[in-house]
Design a protein around this ligand. Structure first.
Ligand code: UFG
Length: 341
């Protein structure tokens, strides 16, 4: 029998790529999304890439009733929970919305998993839990820093909720994947990142600037204590990241885990500066990205990148795609969306 996975937020950027990789790896997938930051085109993209008639349910994970209908309608043994809000600034303005969307919905799902005997949960966590680590690269043992935004706090709280609920429920397992900076798009250019409004994140801002939608990129600070003065991050290709979820689900199904609850960093292990990223994008795609240096963005950490040893050795997962490939895919996607030849 094929294993089935419920993917909440499966029409989103990381969710849609993960749905594709799960199907490619032989899993059945059910996508749930409320389209708060996505639309049906992503589901169609998943269907076109895989040739699979992927079931889709429009539902809000905040609604236990809507969710329970899905738990009754389909049989699945694993859930990957992407559905969450993710804008740091917005979370400062609307903290309760973030606690409801990110924490409330997670509790709903875990309760329903307990009730319906669904065992395995992969949770989308973030390197944001490390804040500015005292020692780099960050390992999974690096202490978490007090969150600087409600968004960041929801990631820490949900990790703890998963740890505690897994410990209390026999047969249940959980894996938290701490993503570094996910970027790129599927090589088919049929799915990718399409933020609504002005992008907060670097790569969508770059692709939109290259496409002429934004006048110029603001580089937030060149006076950090880094080689070129701009911040360092660990940019992970979204297809590589998607594959990490497949491996995590398999690990739980096959009982390969060392513990009922595990945490893995998902990154490349290679720090890249903002200026390096902009220059690589321009070179690889032979396109101009006008930019100016402006002041630091409040809340930004200077540098963070992953120690990926645990994911490499324990999960048997490693980032494979080069930054050039990833930035070429990001540009192909933007060009397709904007009808640029
Ligand atoms: N940056 C710019 N100009 C922009 C956008 C970003 O210079 O227009 C810089 C930022 O200052 C930072 C780097 O590009 O140095 C990366 O910024 P992103 O916003 O793309 O990513 P962050 O590292 O800030 O964000 C990541 C995750 C978030 C998470 C956050 C917490 O994408 O989900 O870490 O630190 F909340």
């Amino acid at each position: 029998m094929k294993n089935s996975v419920l993917v909440t937020g499966g029409a989103g950027f990381i969710g849609s790529h993960t749905a594709v990789e799960l199907i490619n790896a032989g899993f059945d997938v059910i996508i749930v999304d409320n389209f708060s930051n996505s639309d049906m085109a992503a589901v169609e993209g998943v269907r076109t890439i895989t040739g699979a008639d992927v079931p889709f349910e429009k539902a809000d994970c905040n609604s236990r009733e809507e969710l329970e209908k899905i738990f009754k309608k389909y049989k699945f043994d694993s859930v990957i929970h992407f559905a969450a809000s993710k804008a740091v600034g917005e979370s400062v303005e609307k903290p309760l919305m973030y606690y409801r969307n990110n924490v409330g919905s997670f509790v709903n799902i875990l309760e329903l998993m307990n009730k319906h005997g669904v065992s395995n949960m992969v949770f989308s966590s973030s390197a944001t839990v490390y804040g500015q680590p005292d020692v780099l690269p960050a390992t999974e043992q690096t202490p978490r820093k007090p969150a600087t935004s409600p968004y960041g706090n929801t990631k820490q709280i949900c990790e703890d909720i998963l740890r505690d609920s897994v410990a209390a429920c026999e047969g249940m397992k959980g894996i938290a994947l701490r993503y570094f900076n996910p970027i790129g798009a599927h090589p088919s250019a049929l799915i990718g990142e399409l933020p609504k409004g002005v992008p907060n994140n670097l790569v969508p801002f770059i692709t939109q600037t290259a496409a002429g939608i934004r006048k110029e990129l603001s580089v937030f600070g060149d006076d950090y204590n880094t080689p070129d003065g701009s911040c360092l991050r660990d940019y992970i290709d979204v297809v590589d990241l998607a594959k990490a979820h497949v491996v995590a689900v398999r690990r739980m199904i096959e009982n390969k885990g060392k513990a009922k609850y595990e945490i893995f960093n998902i990154g490349t292990g290679v720090p890249v500066s903002v200026l390096e990223l902009v220059n690589t994008f321009q070179k690889v795609n032979n396109v101009k990205v006008p930019y100016k240096i402006v002041g630091r963005r409040q809340g930004d950490v200077e540098a963070v990148w992953a120690d990926t040893k645990l994911a490499n050795t324990e999960l048997g997962w490693k980032a494979e795609r080069s930054l050039d490939e990833t930035l070429a895919a990001a540009w192909s996607w933007e060009k397709r969306v904007r009808n640029i030849k």
